[in-house]
Design a protein around this ligand. Sequence first.
Ligand code: FAD
Length: 302
Amino acid sequence: MVDWNDQLPEVRGRYIPGARLAEHTWFRVGGPAEVLYRPEDENDLAHFLSNKPQGVPIAIIGAGSNVLIHDGGVKGVVIRLGRGFSSIRIEEEHLHVGAAALDRTVSLTCRDAGLGGFEFLVGIPGTIGGAIRMNAGAYGAEIKDVLVYANVLDLEGKHHRLTVNDLAMSYRHSSLPEGWIVTSAVLKGVPSQDPHTIGTKIENILKERESTQPIRGRTGGSTFKNPLQEKAWKLIDDAGCRGLKKGDAQVSEKHCNFLLNLDQATAFDLESLGEEVRRRVYESSGISLEWEIIKMGYENNS
Ligand SMILES: Cc1cc2nc3c(=O)[nH]c(=O)nc-3n(C[C@H](O)[C@H](O)[C@H](O)COP(=O)(O)OP(=O)(O)OC[C@H]3O[C@@H](n4cnc5c(N)ncnc54)[C@H](O)[C@@H]3O)c2cc1C
């Protein structure tokens, strides 16, 4: 038992000591959280943040679709937002959305309401909070194109309303400070669109994804950012890494910027495979790939 554990403030949400994080990530790897906290709602979360013991590390995960949790687990309190953060409300061109709402649900809800501009979100398997932190995007659109502002709590539980400029959003990047938590956001779409037309765009995106990405595998999506003027998958392919394996970790045959946990891979296997890919790409092209996947936690406790 860690010494701050019995000093955690009383909350309406749930504390889960030693929670397995692997089951909250797409890769299905990684050690436990010292404590997983599931806040009930924004007030509960703000109360936790302003009353937490000094020095306790805080981390946040969304749907776990772009994270690699190390095998040694994550120290401190890992926060995962749930139902109290997943509301979706449309008012004319504005979408008021909780940070735990899934991108796909948002896209389909907007389709039904005839609100265009959110089609690109349909194939991104994360939450709105994760999408803002990562400036997620696909098919020529990014969350920064539709974000009006995000409601954010800082490490002391103070509320901030941050715009695209405040967040300095660019390709798969935002300047959201470490540990700050997006709780909800206002996005802007194009109202009065034909749901059928939006639906057709969505179907096309889904078909394209199915044929080009291993979307049913245990993966973390794009492993590396595309370097300026280059495609990471092409550099990886050219370096001869398609299908490369380490233990049960593999570079996808279908889309070689995706790593796969075939069954029993560890975070160590996946990270070492990624580093081997970086080494080979550097050797063959002189380009140093940058990880897009966020690595969390400490490497091993053994
Ligand atoms: C099959 C597959 C396909 C994918 N395709 C795409 C794609 O086309 N385009 C794309 O951009 N990405 C894609 N991804 C990657 C991923 O889905 C996105 O990055 C997504 O936005 C991550 O959201 P998440 O909720 O899963 O965040 P997580 O993976 O849980 O976390 C990612 C980062 O966001 C932070 N975070 C999460 N929630 C919050 C919050 N509420 N407040 C503050 N920080 C938060 C975490 O701390 C972490 O740093 C894909 C992934 C998979 C597995």
